[in-house]
Write a protein that binds this ligand. Structure first.
Ligand code: HEC
Ligand code: HEC
Length: 284
């Protein structure tokens, strides 16, 4: 039949097009989901893979501490004089422009430089997380130099996620951290123009450092507030928030199958509508 043949040809092509578009969309999404890292796998290897003659974190302890290499102090001093002493002074004792760093401990120094907060460009605004200016070896050399000037303060923590509990971390995070960083860790504005930043870029070491050293307006959680095990549990939960159990991770707010289905429908229906218009236009 002439009519049937004509209609068949007209409908089949656009429908096939729509189906192809949907399938392509879905294939792209599932690739995105597969590429996302699952919790527990180490995505902080840049900090944790550094051995530096120190502890390896291979044992059962939830947190081990990095031993800094004294032979890097000279390099650290050079880097410090070039990048930091204009504000903090040659021996890190502080100036009118910036505070004394002596005795703060390697974890504090490491947090501020590895999160790119230091060196600071504008001392009048809250220092923000940005890519570090240094290699990991250079950061550790600066840590070694400043730590060599005066004893004290916490050492650089290395978290063993295998020895930490996700569910305990979730409870501890909601009571101790969510008020400022929100329950999803996305961050929020606090009073007085201060903000609690997003926790998504932080490495395991940086999270533990922030908890133990209390940067800026964040409270410091000492061993009396949170045990070493509890800090590791919290770190595990924050890492989980960064890659929530692959509910369908294509960055659509991590809402999972609902969002993906929605996008699938949008693309599917969208192409059907276009097909409809196309058929309609040709039929006239
Ligand atoms: C332009 C000036 C400036 C430069 C350069 C600078 N800092 Fe700072 N630094 C500051 C100021 C101001 C603060 C206090 C800011 C704050 O608390 O938000 C600060 C705070 C810090 C802190 C936190 C101190 C504390 O009590 O918690 C550390 C650690 C630090 N700086 C290390 C460094 C290192 C290491 C370098 C070089 C890589 C550096 N800074 C370069 C101005 C500077
Ligand atoms: C009273 C509010 C408050 C609470 C409670 C709090 N924080 Fe923070 N946190 C802050 C603020 C403010 C900063 C930014 C500090 C700065 O840059 O000056 C911060 C920074 C951080 C960072 C650094 C993120 C980056 O930009 O690299 C981490 C990680 C972090 N907090 C984790 C935690 C964890 C884990 C807890 C719970 C144990 C917690 N915080 C509890 C306010 C808070």
């Amino acid at each position: 039949m002439k009519f049937g043949k004509k209609l068949g040809g007209r409908v089949l092509f656009p429908v096939a097009l729509g189906v192809a578009a949907s399938v392509t969309g879905m294939a792209l999404f599932s690739q995105g989901a597969a590429a996302a890292t699952t919790p527990g796998s180490s995505n902080s290897s840049s900090t944790n893979s550094v051995t530096y003659g120190g502890t390896s974190g291979a044992g059962k302890a939830p947190i081990t501490y990095l031993k800094l290499d004294p032979s890097t102090i000279a390099l650290g001093k050079t880097l410090f004089v070039e990048n930091c002493s204009s504000c903090h002074g040659d021996t890190a004792a502080g100036t009118s422009r910036a505070p004394n760093l002596q005795g703060l401990g390697a974890a504090t120094i490491d947090f501020w430089i590895s999160t790119g907060r230091m060196p600071l460009a504008d001392p009048t605004v809250q220092a923000t997380e940005k890519p570090s200016r240094f290699t990991r070896a250079q950061e550790l050399a600066i840590d070694a130099y400043v730590s060599s000037l005066a004893p004290g303060g916490p050492a650089i923590p290395q978290v063993n996620l295998g020895a930490a509990s996700l569910s305990a971390g979730q409870g501890l995070f909601s009571t101790n951290c969510a008020a400022c960083h929100t329950i999803t860790g996305v961050g929020d504005a606090l009073a007085g123009g201060v903000y609690a930043p997003s926790l998504y870029p932080a490495t395991t070491t940086q999270i533990a450092e922030a908890v133990r050293t209390g940067p800026g307006n964040m409270p410091r959680f000492g061993t009396g507030n949170l045990s070493t095990q509890q800090v590791a549990d919290i770190v595990k939960y924050v890492k989980y928030l960064q890659h929530p159990n692959n509910a369908g991770g294509i960055g659509l707010g991590h809402v999972g199958p609902v969002t993906e289905g929605f996008v699938g429908i949008l693309i599917g229906l969208g192409s059907l509508m276009i097909a409809g218009y196309w058929i309609g236009g040709r039929a006239r």
